[in-house]
Design a protein around this ligand. Structure first.
Ligand SMILES: [Zn+2]
Length: 217
């Protein structure tokens, strides 16, 4: 029997070149938000709390945010073609992100991509201001993540799929750890390396498309 593959990809810094949350924070807050990353690194706060605190710090309207994202967040080379290749081959693709669905959907739309499942946090707006962060793809089993990427991978596996994981950051470690094939860059590549876990480094999506082509599903 042929292996059935599914793809779970991170968005910020993986699908796109820029990490949108980082870009937005650098642009729309005056406080030293990077200190929050240290709290996460030392296990003082969870990823879910980290994202909520970051959202709290953002000082922009929804239209400013979307305009900023559309202007600055270019997609990584070969990413759009990769999604289309998967769609042609009926390989399910899920974007799993600790970023904000608010701009992710707009960028997919800009790139002419339809039918991509997106699991991400959603900002709560009131009178054009951010008043909170909701986790529509949070997991009942895990209150550490806003979007539990590990659960998303495991759900595919429970349906009989093998999972390709694509990621770059601290939110990708749990999900990639349980995946069947890993593509990693930046911080995730370092973290997987430290743990002695196998992965393929990537800087664009051509290599990942090549993997899909040579592993028919
Ligand atoms: Zn989780």
């Amino acid at each position: 029997m042929m292996t059935r593959w599914a793809v779970v990809s991170d968005f910020d810094g993986s699908f796109t070149e820029m990490d949108g949350a980082v870009g937005l924070l650098d642009h729309y807050t005056d406080v030293d938000w990077r200190k929050l990353d240290d709290l996460f690194d030392t296990d003082e706060i969870t990823l879910r709390i980290l994202m909520e605190k970051e959202a709290d710090m953002l000082n922009c309207t929804r239209s400013e945010m979307i305009e900023f994202a559309l202007k600055n967040m270019i997609v990584r080379k070969g990413a759009v073609e990769f999604i289309k290749l998967c769609q042609e081959r009926s390989i399910p693709v899920t974007i799993a992100s600790e970023g904000f669905v608010d701009y992710i959907e707009k960028i997919l739309e800009r790139e002419g991509l339809e039918g991509v499942t997106v699991h991400a946090n959603r900002l709560i707006w009131e009178d054009k201001l951010i008043v909170g962060l909701s986790h529509p793809s949070g997991s009942e089993d895990c209150d550490k993540c806003g979007t539990c990427k590990e659960n998303i991978v495991k759900e595919y596996q429970a349906q009989g799929y093998k999972v390709v994981y694509i990621g770059d950051g601290i939110s990708d470690l749990c999900g990639s750890r349980v995946a069947d094939k890993r593509f990693a860059r930046d911080r995730l590549a370092k973290d997987l390396g430290k743990k002695g876990m196998e992965f393929t480094p990537f800087e664009d999506f051509h290599l990942i498309s090549e993997f899909v082509r040579s592993n028919p599903s």
